[in-house]
Design a protein around this ligand. Sequence first.
Ligand SMILES: Cc1cc2nc3c(=O)[nH]c(=O)nc-3n(C[C@H](O)[C@H](O)[C@H](O)COP(=O)(O)O)c2cc1C
Length: 186
Amino acid sequence: MTTTRNVAVLVGSLRKASFSRKVATALIGMAPSSLKMEIVEIGQLPHYNQDDDANPPAASAAFKQRIQNASALLFVTPEYNRSVPGALKNAIDIASRPYGHSAWSGKPGAVVSVSPGAMGAFGANHALRQSLVFLNVPAMPQPEAYIGNAATLFDDAGTLTNASTREFLQKFMAAFAQWIERNAAQ
Ligand SMILES: Cc1cc2nc3c(=O)[nH]c(=O)nc-3n(C[C@H](O)[C@H](O)[C@H](O)COP(=O)(O)O)c2cc1C
């Protein structure tokens, strides 16, 4: 019998018309029934403050609990100034603390970076992977997903209409499902 896995989807953009969110939505629609994928929102989170470790704000505690409840992690993010958007880094920091009590550790993950530019937010993808190494998140190495020219991939309703990108993301999702089965805690 296949176990159903909760996958927390983290979107690095807070923008309403975010291309990253559209890519995340497309990926969620491609997931096999064994994966229950849900976007865990990060826009409501206060700035992380180490002084609050013993008594974190309610929104931060609730977010960390959502990560704790997940078996796997999918990050879909734009690039800001060649790195990870501050809102996503803040969310990562929040669920990583107090020291020794990170919610991320051991959960298999994957990274998709998205940009209207040609380079597909390569810098953000790898800056994020740097944090994931420290957080003990085994991040799927292949296929790498740098989604470039994002403004050309969707119709007016936000549906992913580009055939080759759809095909690529379908392969990506199939590989991620296998990665989760290989690396998730039982
Ligand atoms: C503060 C800021 C910095 C940005 N830096 C980069 C960058 O380094 N590389 C890049 O490809 N795009 C950069 N962009 C453009 C974003 O890729 C673009 O705004 C994109 O639509 C954001 O992703 P979203 O559609 O998911 O919100 C930047 C945008 C902002 C607002």
